[in-house]
Each structure stands twice: as C-alpha cells, then as structure tokens.
Design a protein around this ligand. Structure first.
Ligand code: FES
Length: 393
C-alpha cells in the first residue's frame, strides 16, 4: 500500500502538508469545513432569488430574470433546471423550470414560462410576479445537458413550445464557446414546433443566431397555422423526421438527440426516433411534469374513473380527500402536507412517500427502483392514488 500511495501524484505534497499541520496542532477539521462550504456554494440546497426583470416574449410567454439576493449564483450546465418554490393562496408548492440563459451569464438565471390552461403555478408567475419580488429555489439540477465525452458533436434538439428554454441555453452556450475557441465545437439542428405563428418563443433571436452562426440549423414547424402561413406545418411525422435527418443509419446513430416539450410530445418524438432505429442511449428526454390524463395510460385500473374521490390518511397527522387523477404530491400540498421535491417528473426520487395501505398508479415516468416498489414506496409527484390510502411522511 505504501508504495502505491507514493506513486499517486500529489501524495508527497499532501503528506508534507499534513505533517506541518500536525506540528501546529491542526486536525484538518478546518479544511473539512472549507470543503463542505465549497460544496455547499456549488450545490446549495436553497437559493434566495430576486426578480430583476420580466421580459415579454410572446402573448403567452414571459421570461423572469432572477438574480441572487446576496452573493453569487452557482454555476450550471446548459439544459439544467431549478425548482421554484411559491406560495399561492396559502398552498406551498414548487415547479421545475429549465434555465434559458447561457451558463456563462453568471449574474442571472432566465426562466421562460408559458401560460398553461388552468396552470396553477405558471399562471401565478405570469400574472402576479413582478420586478423586485423575492423567490426561493433549489440549486441547478438535472442531467439533461450536453456531455462532451459521450454525446459527440452532431446534435439534434427537438423542442415543443416552452421546451425551447433548455435549447436556447445550449445554443447560447455554443455561441460563447465558438467565440472562445474561434471554431465550432459542435453543430446543432433545432427542430422547433410551436402551436401558432405568433407564439414562437425567441423567434427573432434564434433567426438571427441561425444567420450568423453556421453551427446552427433551424427547422420551424407551426402546428396550427393561419391560412397564409407558408412554412412547415402540422404534427411532426416520421416522414418529416426522415426527410430532415436522412436515413443513413451510421449518421443517425452518431447524432445525439435532445427532446423537450409536453409529456405527449416526448412520447411522440421518442416513438419516431425509435422507428428511425436511433438507439435509446442516443436520446435524452427532459421530463416535464406528471402525465395529464393518467386514466388514459395503459395499466390504469379500468374500474377507477378520473373523477373518483378517495381519502388519503397521513399516519399520525390527519387525512384529506383527493381526486384520483391528481398527483399525490399536489393533493398533499393543497392540504398542508409536503415532501421534498425537485423534478416533479418521477426522476430525482426526492419526493418518495411510503404507502402503508391502499393502491396507487405509478406511470412509466415514475422511475421506481424495484426495492422501492417492493416495499411500497412511490414517487408522490407522479403517483395517483386509485383507492383510499394511508401514507407515512
Ligand atoms: S420530485 Fe423528483 S421524483 Fe418526485
């Protein structure tokens, strides 16, 4: 062992430093504290933020520019998100939003928020949040980002609506890197689907970037166009994708694909890519919340109707009523209970809750470990109670 350690780069220096510290009576606890502080500043549990600007993007979309109330914001990778905590009419809840600004812009995070019909948090952020308001969030999280070691340099990003947010961050990152290295390190084909022509988020900026940077190619698609619209229209089809990306198997396999949009959009694009024989490991999908209509997902118990109401007992604490088509975490929050959470899409497992009795429906998004499943744990952000249940918090 001694010989092996001596061969490690820096071992001798560290040993010498240790001996010096022993002489002065130091036991490394200060160093441990420094390490812990450095880690906490890079991966803080909570950020105290302030809205420094509200930018109108389209009729349905705004970007909130958030700065740190004090000190610096932690760094992030283009494509990551923060989970924003809010209290609306007494309900404490949170939603994850991808950062749409460049990681090099270290003074602020941009969150691009689109109005959703009946959206509890998004509509609150759009209608009630103003400059100088204070907000709290997690630090940057998530694995939906470009990895230069494994992803290669030929990227395809398929974005639907506000799914453009992480794509914009990646593109701005590529612009800055191109400037820094004086050459393109990657190229990206952005396939960008929007519902309406006047609702294309970042349209002017992206058009300008496409004109000025040859690493970027954009295919614009409008699914519900005006009669006068002359561009590509309708839902993205297999034929579209083949025409846009070609059929050369080797070329298709060498690309890295990122998909971000609604849950239905992910499923659709995932199917198209698999039909195109793209391997699953070449596709990164950013999950975006729980499924909207769980009763339509295969495996949902037939006898349970979406409008059914069940009782949730919280062991030793109380109980409340909830509809079966509402994610457990949402109904818990509405009734004053909580669980730590970040992705709200079944991925991070922070919101685990133990089901003591009764049944819940876990859609495919709930990436449950088999042991969790075996011992009755669920990811409450994407779990739907399908009978009266008792849970342990
Ligand atoms: S909040 Fe991440 S799995 Fe539920």
């Amino acid at each position: 062992m001694k010989n092996i350690l001596h061969a490690v780069t820096g071992y001798q220096e560290a040993k010498k430093q240790q001996q010096e510290l022993f002489k002065s009576g130091t036991d490394f606890s200060e160093q441990k504290g420094e390490v812990a502080n450095t880690i906490a500043s890079l991966h803080p549990k909570r950020l105290q933020l302030m809205v420094s600007d509200v930018i109108e993007n389209t009729l349905t979309t705004k970007t909130l520019r958030l700065k740190a109330q004090e000190g610096q914001l932690p760094p992030f990778q283009a494509g990551q998100y923060i989970n924003l905590f809010v209290t609306i009419n007494g309900v404490c809840t949170a939603r994850p939003y991808a950062i749409s600004s460049a990681p090099q812009s270290r003074d602020f995070y941009d969150l691009t928020i689109k109005r959703v019909e009946g959206g509890f948090v998004s509509n609150f952020l759009l209608d009630d949040v103003k400059v100088d308001d204070k907000l709290q969030s997690t630090g940057p999280m998530g694995t939906f980002y470009y990895n230069p070691l494994y992803h290669g340099n030929d990227l395809v990003f398929i974005a639907g609506g506000s799914g453009i947010a992480p794509a914009r961050s990646m593109i701005l990152n590529m612009v800055k890197n191109t400037l820094l290295h004086k050459q393109n390190l990657q190229r990206m084909h952005l396939i960008y689907t929007s519902s309406y022509e006047d609702d294309v988020i970042f349209k002017d900026e992206l058009m300008q970037l496409e004109q000025t940077h040859d690493f970027l190619k954009i295919t614009w698609i409008v699914t519900r166009p005006n009669e006068s619209y002359s561009g590509r229209t309708g839902r993205l089809t297999f034929a579209d994708l083949k025409a846009l990306l070609g059929e050369d198997r080797q070329q298709l396999q060498s690309k890295m694909y990122y998909v971000c949009g609604t849950t239905g959009f992910h499923d659709h694009c995932g199917e198209l890519l698999s039909k195109l024989n793209v391997k699953a490991r070449r596709v990164r999908i950013e999950c975006n919340g729980p499924p909207k209509n769980p009763q339509n997902i295969p495996g949902w118990p037939e006898q349970v109707k979406a409008s059914d109401v069940i009782e949730v007992k919280v062991k030793g604490q109380g109980s409340f009523k909830a509809r079966v088509d509402e994610p457990l975490l949402n109904s818990m929050e509405r009734n004053g209970y909580s669980a730590e959470n970040a992705c709200r899409s079944g991925e991070c497992s922070l919101c685990r809750v133990k089901i003591l009795s009764g049944s819940v429906f876990n859609p495919a998004e709930a990436k449950l470990r088999s042991t969790d499943e075996a011992y009755g744990w669920c990811h409450s952000c994407v779990a739907f109670p399908t009978s009266d249940i008792e849970i342990l918090l």
